[in-house]
Ligand binder design. Structure first.
Ligand code: FUL
Length: 473
């Protein structure tokens, strides 16, 4: 433990670790959101709950097409809007008539949730549920327990009938305004039910497992902490900061809750902390739902790569929305970008040069050797007295790289507060990258460089310093 670690808040924060389900979720890294429903047919972003079910008619719906494109683009899961704010259900719920069963889709015999979850199973990606708590159609909304019963019944249908669900996504948005209906959600009841039916599922946004990044514009923090003060995990705190009007500008707003949620300065004096890792949600288009007029406004591969590096490579998950069109297919314009994105990701991370290195460190602990950073299992942990640990990777022949990937062993917490990376050239060691947090993953990009030695220096950390992986591309 470094000399500077005398502060009580720092010690407490350094002892917070993720749950098993949070660890599993963290490995998914990059996954898709599919906003689909009556809005797809009415052109709206927020349906008012009055659109006729007869409008819902995706004649060529092919969930396998969605999943194949999503998987090929490098994503490992898909979250479907089973019910958005308009209340229309994409599965034939027993508890309402406002669903696919009263639509022309598959002559009222269809079930989009089933088709999408089956396709995910078939192609080996995970399936997640978005179920909007705010419901503009359901009459009991605003009546307290009556609506909670309705919501719990729907959660039960989804949790019981569609196999394994990796995530339940609870949106904090509500546009009722001051004079609108006021529903006090019984969150604990919802969470208890899901823990019982789907114990491995994470509960996102208004749930305790995964935190909303605070904006919908794809903006990420330069230092992202997964250990944050406990009050940030409060549902009301999240809901108050979520979307309150059908305001097109909200998706571009980048005033995220705060740019720093966990540094030494911010947590000073705080005693209660939670592991609450970040998820960055953003749409591939301006809207969350498909609008033909936005076919020319699909984000570029360059923009998506930037968000990928900043989120997956910045200790956050990346949740990219790809809204299927009126036919029930991912539109050609989006497919084109997704395919290029997949190719690009494969090319950027094709050959990890670090695997051939000789690894040495300024210190190491029993069982947690420096060499572990290039092997599949284990991690490196520096010695107790080592205030600025260094780890060096040496190669027999020069390697040419433009990216370094660093991962902390988050099973023992998030501890590193700053680091620097150096490459040896003819002029000695030159600094090629630096940063604050690492967490689950940090991707550093730099100008291509030829070198025979790479050194990672941890310039500040909390209680223990670990690295699980170093990769070089
Ligand atoms: C927001 C919602 O209001 C949007 O319609 C969308 O579902 C987005 C992911 O969350 O809060």
């Amino acid at each position: 433990m470094p000399q500077t670690m005398q502060n009580e808040s720092l010690v407490l924060a350094s002892r917070v670790t993720p749950s098993k389900r949070q660890l599993q979720w963290q490995k998914i890294e990059f996954y898709a959101f599919c906003h689909f429903g009556t809005n797809t047919f009415t052109g709206k972003e927020w349906g008012d709950g009055n659109a006729a079910p007869s409008l819902f008619n995706p004649k060529k719906l092919d969930a396998e097409q969605w999943v194949k494109e999503i998987k090929n683009a490098g994503m490992r899961a898909l979250i479907l809007t089973c019910k958005h704010h308009d209340g229309f259900c994409l599965w034939p719920s027993k508890y309402t008539d406002y669903s696919v069963k009263n639509s022309p889709f598959r002559n009222g015999k269809g079930d989009v949730v089933k088709e999408v979850s089956d396709a995910c199973k078939k192609y080996g990606i995970k399936f997640g549920v978005y179920l909007s708590p705010w419901d503009r159609h359901e009459k009991t909304y605003g009546q307290g327990k009556a609506y909670d019963d309705y919501f719990v019944n729907q959660l039960t249908e989804l949790a019981e009938n569609y196999g394994e669900i990796f995530c339940f996504w609870f949106d904090g948005a509500c546009g009722e305004g001051k004079n609108g209906k006021k529903q006090v959600y019984d969150w604990n009841r919802y969470f208890t039910l899901i823990r019982e039916k789907q114990p491995d599922a994470v509960l996102n946004i208004c749930g305790p497992d995964v935190r909303w990044c605070g904006n919908e514009a794809g903006k990420y923090r330069s230092a992202e902490w997964s250990v944050v003060p406990s009050f940030i995990g409060n549902q009301e705190y999240t809901a108050e900061r979520s979307q309150q009007t059908d305001d097109k500008a909200f998706s571009k707003k980048i005033d995220s809750m705060s740019s720093d949620l966990g540094s030494r300065e911010i947590i000073d004096g705080i005693k209660n902390f939670i592991w609450y890792p970040c998820e960055t949600d953003v749409s591939i288009r301006p809207g969350w739902f498909y609008h033909k007029s936005q076919d020319f406004r699909v984000k570029s591969v360059k923009k998506l790569m930037d968000i990928y590096y900043g989120t997956v490579g910045g200790n956050s998950a990346f949740l990219l929305n790809i809204p299927p069109d009126k036919n029930g297919l991912i539109a050609k314009s989006d497919v084109r970008v997704l395919r290029k994105l997949g190719d690009r990701l494969r090319a950027e991370f094709s050959e990890n040069s670090a695997v051939n290195a000789d690894v040495t460190a300024s210190s190491e602990t029993d069982g947690n050797r420096a060499l572990n950073v290039i092997s599949k299992d284990g991690f490196w942990q520096c010695g107790e007295e080592d205030d600025t640990p260094e780890i060096t990777l040496e190669f027999k022949e020069s390697i040419r790289i433009d990216k370094a990937v660093l991962c902390e062993n988050i099973e023992t917490g998030q501890q590193i507060e700053s680091f620097e990376i150096f490459a040896e050239t003819d002029n000695g060691f030159t600094k090629i990258a630096s940063g604050e947090t690492i967490g689950a993953k940090r991707i550093c990009c730099f100008k291509p460089i030829k070198t025979r030695r790479i050194k990672v220096k941890i310039t500040s950390y909390r209680r223990i310093a670990t690295l699980k992986k170093i990769e070089l591309y």
